[in-house]
Design a protein around this ligand. Structure first.
Ligand code: GLU
Length: 471
């Protein structure tokens, strides 16, 4: 949208604002902020009819204070070096906030996925992986990609297979990439992780009575209205979990336009309609507008931008009606746009905290790949047996029967998905607590983004000090 300042410059503006609240030498802060390694490559892909097209691609390792570096790979015709740097930097801060022991990285391949068939996409993905291998920009202990806009489990499988082919006998090869299908070493719960994290984070903010008082909203998610921009992996699951918790979905935006209904939209029905007709248009009972950005201006309590960056800028921030902007996407609000939202008394739940659920569960997947054991495998049955012992003891002591539902609950042993979801919830709740603590300890910090950046920078700077890089 607004091309006035660069995305990376905006990330750094947030960084600089937060850094004023910290007491670190300038040189150390400069090191934390800088992108350590930027790799650009170009390679040919054969098009139908035998012609070649040259594809540009990047991998950026923003900070190697912890290894591996971690972050998704984006396929989009809009990808550029500035964007990949900004996204890699956000990954560093994101990992720090949720205490995932990785540095930040990001990849980008400048292609429009709709213009290539599956074979070409596979060829591009495998070639890109080979380029990363050649330059040591991928590996379980070096740099571990994951899905992002335009990529998913299929691409991660191709990446893993290519890496494993180049590294025969490497027992940790599966850990070179996360977001894989479960059958290829993926983890149950990764697919919905970012959206579920968006839900947990939004729930925490909405339950914060102090904050809600400030913006004049009743605490709690129940009964709130929301709009989601983008029905991709993040947007869909965020909308699903918010809907299930009693929030009313009143607007959706996709490539083809905006769908709105103040009385509520049933997410699954809209998804089915889109699958059948290829568009959200003509969905019964709802208003359709060809402009996808109209969704941003729909009257609601919570707006969830879950598509691409820089959707809310100084050019349109004054049209946003939502009181809470929950950043499912990376960088959907420009720095100037955010200032305007704050002046209008709104709350922005920042990306580096709110969408960190994806990388959190990627961390669990990486651990699973390194340990070669599924979570829950060792103790699920033990937990079930212990639960049954408790039920039996209670029944024996009271002479009463425990209801079947309660018995089922008590005797359920945690499987992989349970463990993953519990770890994710704990992570998001803990991260929010740290952000709140930061705000409470310094009354000059007004925004959640500045607080989140302050927490993150503090952690990264400390680990540089621990490494002895800055004695
Ligand atoms: N691409 C996702 C993000 O922006 C996930 C990164 C990961 O799992 O490494 O956070």
């Amino acid at each position: 949208m607004s091309g006035k300042s660069s995305f990376f410059a905006d990330v750094n503006r947030s960084f600089n604002r937060a850094a004023t609240h910290l007491n670190y030498p300038k040189g150390l802060l400069d090191q934390v902020r800088a992108c350590n390694s930027v790799y650009q490559t170009q390679f040919p892909v054969r098009m139908p009819g035998g012609k070649f097209k040259v594809v540009s691609a990047w991998r950026v390792e923003h900070s190697q204070h912890r290894l591996p570096t971690k972050g998704g790979i984006r396929y989009s015709h809009l990808v550029n070096a500035d964007e990949v740097k900004a996204l890699a930097a956000l990954m560093t801060y994101k990992c720090a906030i949720v205490e995932v022991p990785f540095g930040g990285g990001k990849g980008g391949v400048k292609i429009s996925t709709t213009k290539f068939n599956t074979e070409q996409l596979e060829a591009i993905t495998r070639r890109y992986t080979a380029e990363l291998i050649k330059k040591n920009f991928i590996g379980p202990g070096v740099d571990v990609p994951a899905p992002d806009y335009g990529t998913g489990e299929r691409e991660m499988s191709w990446i893993m297979d290519t890496y494993a082919t180049f590294h025969p006998g490497r027992i940790d090869a599966q850990a070179c990439v996360t977001g894989k299908p479960v059958s290829q070493g993926g983890i149950r719960g990764r697919r919905e992780a970012t959206g579920l994290g968006v839900y947990f984070g939004t729930r925490e903010v909405l339950n914060d009575t102090q904050l809600m008082k400030r913006i004049g909203l009743e605490p709690g998610l129940e009964g709130k209205t929301f709009v989601v921009q983008g029905l991709g992996n993040v947007g869909y699951f965020a909308a699903k979990f918010l809907s299930e918790s009693g929030c009313k979905l009143v607007g959706i935006s996709e490539r083809e336009g905006t769908l709105a209904n103040p009385n509520g939209l049933n997410l699954e029905d809209v998804m089915a309609h889109r699958r059948e007709t290829g568009s959200v248009e003509n969905f019964p009972g709802a208003k359709f507008n060809e402009d996808p950005s109209e969704a941003l201006y729909v009257d609601c309590d919570i707006l969830v931008p879950a598509a691409l960056e820089r959707q809310i800028t100084s050019e349109n921030a004054d049209r946003i009606k939502a009181k809470v902007i929950a950043e499912g996407a990376n960088g959907p609000t420009s720095a100037n746009g955010e200032d305007m939202l704050h002046e209008a008394g709104k709350i922005v739940i920042p990306d580096l905290f709110l969408n960190a659920g994806g990388v959190t569960v990627s961390y669990f997947e990486w651990l699973k790949n390194l340990s070669h054991v599924r979570f829950g495998r060792m103790d699920r049955r033990l937990q079930e047996r212990r639960g049954l012992d408790v039920v039996n003891a209670v029944e024996e002591l009271t002479g009463k029967k425990v209801s079947a539902t309660l018995q089922a609950e008590i005797t359920h042993g945690a499987d992989e998905q349970d463990v993953v979801r519990s770890g994710l919830e704990d992570t998001m709740v803990g991260a929010y607590e740290q952000i709140v603590e930061q705000i409470l300890s310094n009354n000059e910090i007004k925004s959640l983004r500045t607080a989140a950046f302050t927490v993150a920078i503090d952690k990264v700077a400390k680990s540089y000090l621990e490494l002895g890089v800055f004695p």
